[in-house]
Design a protein around this ligand. Sequence first.
Ligand SMILES: Nc1ncnc2c1ncn2[C@@H]1O[C@H](COP(=O)(O)OS(=O)(=O)O)[C@@H](OP(=O)(O)O)[C@H]1O
Ligand SMILES: [Mg+2]
Ligand SMILES: [Mg+2]
Ligand SMILES: [Mg+2]
Length: 381
Amino acid sequence: MGDANYARELGVAVRAVHMACALCQRVQAGLVSHGTGQVKSKDDDSPVTVADWSVQAIVSWILAESFQDQNVSIVAEEDVQTLSKAELADLLASVTKTVNESLAEAPKYGLQSPKKALGASQVLEAISRCNSTGGPTGRHWVLDPVDGTLGFVRGDQYAIALALIEDGKVIMGVLGCPNYPMKNGWLNHHHHHHQYDESMSSSATDTWEKGCVIYAQKGSGKAWMQPLVQQNKMLEWPNSARQIKVSSIDDPGLATFCEPVEKANSNHSFTAGVAHSMGFKNQPLRVHSMVKYAAIARGDAEIFMKFARCGYKEKIWDHAAGVVIVEEAGGVVTDAGGRPLDFSRGTYLEGLDRGIVACCSAKLHEGFIGAVYASWDSSNL
Ligand SMILES: Nc1ncnc2c1ncn2[C@@H]1O[C@H](COP(=O)(O)OS(=O)(=O)O)[C@@H](OP(=O)(O)O)[C@H]1O
Ligand SMILES: [Mg+2]
Ligand SMILES: [Mg+2]
Ligand SMILES: [Mg+2]
């Protein structure tokens, strides 16, 4: 697989994710300052916002426009059921406005704007076009428009995740992390919007570089990070990218693991037991969203573990982009039995053995597999 093969796909994907980051920053600032009245609940009680639908719409529109010669297949999280309800016309109007504001900025990112603003029905169509179920053959884009929506509504960490799967394999991944500063070690130093927007001068905010876009192409052996595009600036593609690598720490006593914030999403007491038996001393870093994969790829943490409750089926859009980025940055990602994740079986990671682990080194990975083996019988997962 030559680099040049996917150069156009990667360029479009990175540009689209940069645009999505800017869109989300505007919506998040509005949520934080105007309250969370516009946050809706889905059937599983998880939150969904104007940003989730709007990002799905713009990415769908951009991919369709950019690859008109192909029958673009997109597997993505959101559908239009809630958004199409007559009583929620205001919500659809907000999404349509947000989508058009974002698409109007496309030239700043080296993409084309629509000739005419999209109408509500075109926005719904763009969202509902992302109804592919993936599978073992062909090319499928995989999108989580806002991953960690809970973090997003809290003014905290979240990610925009876009990956490309070909014949069941993830061949590229892009992660937009609007609240993950470019400076390493600053994941913990995240400030909520209202705090720094009001207290920092604009020049201080500029140099703080509070967000990044990370990407990697399978087999390249390299992963890259770019700062977000600032107001009145153009995206410098790919000039502004710098290479990132996983941590070189493989002494468990010095290592940090990260995991979901919510106990409902991963068993914190099981991971604490595994970490203890591996010899970890540091407290876990709890972070919303695929920013956890970004933290491993950037060397801000050494292991990411997630053990969802029995019966929960992991979705491909929650992992595809993160897995290829960690692997190309030098890490190892498998299920808890040590097998690679299988992206070829549709919307879900079928056949997943218990949980997911992303490690900076083979040595820590080996230690993890041993610790899970030893801890499993005594746990009640
Ligand atoms: N019950 C349950 N168990 C495990 N995982 C679940 C569960 N419910 C949801 N999800 C998925 O978790 C995604 C967010 O994962 P996080 O690791 O970011 O969780 S946390 O917010 O840090 O707790 C979240 O992604 P988004 O919906 O994109 O936010 C979900 O796909
Ligand atoms: Mg998600
Ligand atoms: Mg999501
Ligand atoms: Mg969701």
